[in-house]
Every structure is written in structure tokens, then in C-alpha cells.
Design a protein around this ligand. Structure first.
Ligand code: LMR
Length: 355
């Protein structure tokens, strides 16, 4: 059986980097066949044709079907996983929230079509910015799809954080005359809280770095240089803008890589007998209702999450230490999200009705 997957914004930069990951088994597994739909707007129709030809010429063994179309019905019919990239992209000098009203309408329409034509249990990943608020727009516009099936991408920020923590660990080790042997893959337990924006809260307080088989607190690498922690936070918050400034286009390859990791960690089948504490923490934006950290209900908010083997689902990791400084940062990201909702509600009024 193949899995039915749609990518909106299918002719764009992120899709171009994501398609090979999906069709080479790096997202849904090395033997899972994928029936892929690419949807884009009329303006990009010719480009879609070219991408479809490239997919054909790549002879992916896992490709069980391909539809490249500008017709939402054809794109969404029966889909089980929807990756919503389609929307106006951020341009240099803009904040992601400057796209709120521009992208709300398109997101509402994509979600309505998804509800009309897709599987009733379709899993939705919203990437188009502002990702958190767009995710809420999609959720509210498709109320027959379970709210817990909607997520937004903050994994790119988490991967950026992992890289920065490994770099700082190596700097600290070198300054002590030790071998700088930290790899990003040795960094565990980093997470992103809140909005995929400059108010996001990159979290290292509970993280560890495995050096030569020994797990060390990530914070131990900032002891000699506490200012490096603030620089790291700001570096992650502003990385998207830095990438855009450097290449005059927003992240494509790293975004695709993060989407693949997000979908893997969220959806891959897990052994019901595995121990929950052995599973890695990962971050996604989800509906905040009932969270254990006092974040108001009704937001799409990124939390540290962990899979629950017994149910196959996931849960928010509870009991993590929150400093007073971090609480103030969490309050700021909540406030920003609330402002985005007010803006988006001018286009999608249902956004301010109770979930
Ligand atoms: C990113 O973080 O790289 C993306 O959200 C693109 C952007 O606008 O920064």
C-alpha cells in the first residue's frame, strides 16, 4: 500500500529539496511507497510540469504515483499527509508575521479543500509563514479534521540550536585543551518553545552533549562564557533572516531536512514496548490546549514533545525547569501569537471563536 502525500507550493524551493528526501525513503521509510501530489498556483504551472519530468527521470523506486496539478481537488483527493508550503514567502527586511493577512486566506482555502477531498484523518504539517498562526487558521478552517492532526514546523529552529550548541561545546572544549569532538547528533534534549519567529524560546537548560560516551549538561559549556548563551539564543532566533540576507532567498535545503525530521519523529511507527524515556525530545507547534506549562489555550505553540509508545501518539514533556527569565520570554512569544491571531482574524473571523 502506498501512502498518499500532497505538497502545496509544489513548484517552490523547499519542495524541490524535499521531494528527493520523500521519494528516496528518508521520510516514510526505506520500503514505503509514496503516491505524491504536487499542487501549485496557475502562475507556477509550467514549473510544475518541469519538476514532474525531473521526478520521472529520477526513476525513484518508491514513487507509486505522481500528480502535478493546479487543481486542488486532484491534489487533495484521499491524501493522508499534507505538507502545506504554499504561500507568499518572506522577503528580506520583512518579519514572518508581516505575511499574516497575506497568507491567511490561502491557508483557509487549502484547509477547506483538504477537509473536502482528503482523508478524514489526514496529518497536516504547516510550513508557510507565519507557520504557527497559519496552522491555527488551517485547523479552524477544517473543523472535521481532528485538531491534534495539525502541526507547524519549528524543527528547523531546533536543528539550528543543535548545531549552535555543538559549536559552543567544541569552543569550550578547545579552550580547555580538550579535543573538540562534539557533533550536533550528540546534542540531546534541545527544544523550541512558542512561535517560529524572533520571539521563539530556544531551550538548552535540560539538554546534554555526549562527549566520548559521557553525557554532560549543555549549560556546562557556557560557564566560562555566559554571554555566549544569549548570543546563541539570538543566533537561532535570527538565523532565517541571516540565511535570506546571504542568499537572497529563504532556507530551502535545511527547511526540507527539518520537514523530513518532523514527519519522521511524529509519524514513524514505534515499538509499543520501547521505553518512553529512551525516546528523543523533538519540537513541533501544536494546539496549546491543556498543556502543563500554563500557556493559554487556543494557540499553536511549539513545545518539547516525546512519543508515547503505548499509544503511538506524542505528549508534551512535563516538569522541565523554567527560569524566571525564560517565563518572561514565554510570555512575550504568547503575546506575539495573540497579536497574530487578531490580525489573521480580520481575514478568517472563525479564528477568534472558541476551539
Ligand atoms: C526560516 O526560518 O528559514 C524560514 O521560516 C524562512 C524565513 O522566512 O525565515
Amino acid at each position: 500500500m502506498s501512502i498518499e502525500v500532497v505538497i502545496t507550493g509544489g513548484a517552490g524551493r523547499i519542495a524541490y529539496a524535499l521531494i528527493p528526501l520523500i521519494l528516496s525513503g528518508q521520510v516514510f521509510g526505506s520500503t514505503q511507497k509514496v503516491s505524491l501530489r504536487l499542487l501549485d498556483v496557475e502562475f507556477a504551472a509550467a514549473k510544475l510540469v518541469g519538476i514532474a519530468m525531473e521526478i520521472e527521470d529520477s526513476n525513484y523506486e518508491l514513487c507509486a504515483g505522481l500528480v502535478a496539478t493546479t487543481d486542488p481537488q486532484k491534489a487533495f483527493e484521499g491524501v493522508e499527509v499534507a505538507i502545506l508550503l504554499g504561500g507568499y514567502p518572506r522577503l528580506p527586511g520583512m518579519e514572518r508575521k508581516d505575511l499574516t493577512t497575506k497568507n491567511a486566506e490561502g491557508m483557509r482555502d487549502q484547509a477547506r479543500d483538504l477537509q473536502a477531498y482528503g482523508s478524514s484523518n489526514v496529518k497536516v504539517l504547516v510550513v508557510a509563514n507565519p507557520a504557527n498562526t497559519n496552522c491555527l487558521v488551517a485547523m479552524k478552517s477544517a473543523p472535521q479534521i481532528p485538531a491534534e492532526n495539525f502541526t507547524c514546523l519549528t524543527r528547523l529552529d531546533q536543528e539550528r540550536l543543535r548545531f549552535f550548541v555543538a559549536s559552543q561545546a567544541n569552543k569550550s572544549l578547545a579552550s580547555r585543551g580538550l579535543s573538540p569532538s562534539a557533533q550536533p547528533s550528540n546534542v540531546k534534549g534541545v527544544a523550541i518553545w512558542g512561535n517560529h519567529s524572533t520571539t521563539q524560546v530556544p531551550y538548552v537548560d535540560a539538554a546534554t552533549v555526549v562527549i566520548d560516551g559521557n553525557e554532560q549538561p549543555a549549560t556546562s559549556f557556557f560557564v566560562e562564557e555566559p554571554a555566549a548563551l544569549d548570543a546563541l539564543v539570538s543566533g537561532v532566533q535570527n538565523r532565517g533572516a541571516e540565511v535570506m540576507k546571504a542568499q537572497q532567498a529563504s532556507s530551502g535545503m535545511s527547511a526540507a531536512n527539518a520537514i523530513a525530521a518532523h514527519l519522521r519523529d511524529w509519524l514513524k511507527p514505534i515499538d509499543a514496548s520501547s521505553s518512553s524515556s529512551d525516546l528523543e525530545i523533538f519540537s513541533m507547534g501544536i494546539l496549546s490546549n491543556g498543556n502543563p506549562y500554563g500557556v493559554p489555550d487556543g494557540l499553536c505553540f511549539s513545545f518539547p514533545l516525546r512519543r508515547v509508545p503505548a499509544t503511538g501518539g506524542f505528549e508534551i514533556v512535563a516538569g522541565l525547569p523554567i527560569s524566571a527569565k525564560m517565563q518572561a520570554q514565554l510570555d512575550a512569544t504568547v503575546e506575539e501569537l495573540m497579536g497574530e491571531i487578531v490580525d489573521a482574524a480580520t481575514i478568517v473571523p472563525s479564528l477568534v471563536s472558541k476551539l
